[in-house]
Design a protein around this ligand. Structure first.
Ligand code: C5P
Length: 218
């Protein structure tokens, strides 16, 4: 049969990345953080001073990314850029270039290549809709904007990074709006996706719920 894929889509800071990684580990499946690809294109654009409005230039960067995912680190031309990808500048620019259809098309095959035996867990915005429409299990994982802002704030403070709750919340609203209202592959719950609202759920509870749903279909 086909190789199983669990897609976990949802808004920024919902915890989908954390949940997806743990589920992948429990099942010994491969893992793809699709947002990292958009962030990588953004990082290369920043470093090469490429105008983010120049869609064909950005698409060209996307087509020629030399990237390696090894465990929890992301390597660009051999350099570990895991931390650089998380910067506010990168987050913002990633969300802007993600609205360009040619950029999305350029990343499509690269994402599909992650579907390898024994299975894949992937998180993003359009994994269940555009990239893996035939996924074995589709999850729409979300939480209230306020709860997501609290989680992001806590994460930053724990890392020793200065953070402002109000600006984080503002940033989450802006990215939600941009990701949900764009013309191509907007963030939304697919009809065949299961809603998992984690506002009042721990990571462990969310992981167990995904595994339970997976066991029910596989
Ligand atoms: O998930 P993450 O916050 O790392 O993604 C960064 C940005 O990349 C998002 O704001 C979104 O605009 C874009 N993205 C996307 N489609 C995906 C994953 C991420 O458009 N599958």
């Amino acid at each position: 049969g086909t190789i199983p894929v669990i897609t976990i889509d949802g808004p920024s800071a919902s915890g989908k990345g954390t949940v997806a990684q743990i589920v992948a580990r429990r099942l010994a499946y491969h893992y793809l953080d699709s947002g990292a690809l958009y962030r990588l294109v953004a990082l290369v654009a920043i470093r090469s001073n490429t105008d983010c409005a120049n869609e064909s230039a950005i698409t060209n960067l996307a087509l020629h990314l030399d990237v390696n995912f090894d465990g929890s680190s992301v390597r660009l031309n051999g350099e570990d850029v895991s931390d650089a990808l998380r910067s506010e500048q990168c987050s913002k620019l990633a969300s802007i270039i993600a609205g360009q259809s040619a950029v999305r098309a350029a990343l499509l095959q690269r994402q599909r290549a992650f579907r390898q035996s024994p299975g894949l867990v992937t998180d993003g915005r359009d994994m269940g809709s555009a990239v893996f429409p035939d996924a074995s299990l589709k999850i729409f994982l979300t939480a209230s904007a306020e709860e997501r802002a609290r989680r992001r704030y806590k994460q930053l403070i724990e890392k020793g990074i200065n953070a402002n709750m109000q600006s984080i919340l503002q940033d989450i609203y802006e990215r939600d709006t941009r990701d949900s209202n764009r013309d191509i592959s907007p963030l939304r719950q697919e009809v065949d996706a299961k809603l998992l609202d984690t506002t009042f759920l721990s990571i462990e509870d969310a992981v167990n719920e995904v595994l339970r749903l997976h066991n029910a279909v596989c």
